[in-house]
Design a protein around this ligand. Structure first.
Ligand SMILES: Cc1ncc(COP(=O)(O)O)c(C=O)c1O
Length: 375
């Protein structure tokens, strides 16, 4: 069914076409100067030394873990409530994701009980900045420092979000971002790694290009050198066509965030008039970018029926994210009751740059009606 009001919609204009045309005209369409431009501009925006563009955020997480030496048998603490790409990236390394429960209000990893899960095998923590709402990084960094663990931030949804005065994804050892279609800015599929550590940056770049020197770097050599493959790398390269969209999108990032914050405020006010739906919480010292606007449905109401009925009213909504520990692929014995609860009660409501307040009024009217039918 095609909704009258979709959940999300990317925002493009002529700038993306102009950037793509430049790349097509140049005839260099694989990884090259446009990727370099996107990497430099992203690094500059975030205030980090290095940014490495890759095919998606799952690849970014995989390479981030490999670069810090995660291997078979290691344990990595993972925020349970997330898209399972987070846990999958740990499995790709042959390591074990140990799922840590999240806070019911913030949806983010709860730093309190993390320590109970740390063992001799624990090597890293992956906090997720859920839906663009930064995790409690001060506490996480303190724990990581004490136990000598690396921190990989899953900032897939959080490009532009801030924790205190720092951008999400720039506080731990490495930050991983997504340019998937439902993210703040998009290249269709795409990802970026951010770090201030030169060795990690070099390792990640190398692993993203089969474990060899990239074609563009070789192109700039003034003498011919036969490339060498000295480790198993991957083909996680972003193409210059994709990067062209990213360069144009990055220019729009701040205005998209500003608009989505205004719309989130409007949704907050609208939900005051609707019983049994709790608006998302925003922690002190954070700037939420609302990649998704995710409310909590009261336990009395069947959330899945609600999504179905809203769709019949032309309003597309969705679950928030997943409780990882119950996904059969992980065969996990971890217990994460808060995550499980949010998994069954969260409701993502439409939010995107082109959404109008009238659209939220219309969705709110449907929501009110559906709550009445289901309560
Ligand atoms: C928290 C989180 N991590 C990782 C990913 C994976 O991102 P990508 O689709 O770019 O691989 C997503 C995508 O939805 C996500 O939400």
């Amino acid at each position: 069914m095609i909704a009258k009001l979709p959940l999300a919609k990317p925002y493009f204009d002529l700038e993306e076409l102009e950037e793509i045309k430049k790349v097509l005209d140049s005839c260099w369409v694989t990884q090259g100067p446009e990727v370099k431009e996107l990497e430099d501009k992203t690094a500059n925006h975030l205030g980090v030394k290095y940014a490495i563009a890759v095919t998606n955020c799952t690849a970014a997480l995989h390479l981030a873990l490999l670069s810090i030496g995660i291997k078979k048998g290691d344990e990595v603490l993972v925020a349970d409530f997330t898209f399972p790409a987070t846990g999958h990236s740990v499995l790709y390394c042959g390591a074990i994701p140990v799922f840590a429960d999240v806070n019911l209000r913030t949806y983010n990893i709860d730093p309190g009980p993390i320590e109970e899960k740390i063992t001799d095998k624990t090597k890293a923590i992956i906090p997720v900045h859920t839906f663009g709402h930064p995790a409690e990084m001060d506490k996480i960094m303190k724990i990581a420092e004490y136990y000598d663990l690396k921190v990989i931030e899953d900032a897939a949804c959080a490009l532009g979000a801030k924790y205190k005065d720092k951008y999400a994804g720039t506080i731990g050892d490495i930050g991983c971002f997504s340019f998937h279609a439902r993210k703040g800015i998009t290249t269709g599929e795409g990802g970026m790694v951010a770090t201030n550590n030169e060795n990690l940056a070099k390792k990640i770049k190398h692993l993203s290009v089969f474990g060899m020197t990239s074609a563009w770097d070789r192109e700039k050599n003034d003498r011919f050198v036969v490339p060498e493959f000295n480790e198993v790398g991957y083909n996680y390269k972003m193409s210059d066509i994709t990067a062209a969209v990213g360069v144009a999108q990055l220019r729009k990032l701040d205005k998209i965030i500003e608009k989505k914050r205004e719309l989130a405020k409007y949704w907050d006010e609208k939900l005051q008039e609707i019983e049994f739906i709790e608006p998302p919480y925003v922690s002190e010292h954070t700037e939420h970018i609302y990649q998704s606007y995710v409310a909590l449905v009261n336990k009395r109401i069947n959330r899945d029926k609600m999504i179905d009925r809203l769709m019949k009213n032309g309003i597309q909504t969705q679950i928030g994210a997943y409780a990882s520990h119950i996904q059969p692929v992980y065969n996990s014995k971890d217990k994460c009751p808060n995550s499980l609860e949010i998994f069954s009660r969260s409701l993502a409501l439409p939010i995107y740059y082109m959404l109008r307040e009238e659209d939220i009024d219309m969705a709110g009217t449907s929501l009110k009606r559906v709550v009445k039918e289901l309560k």
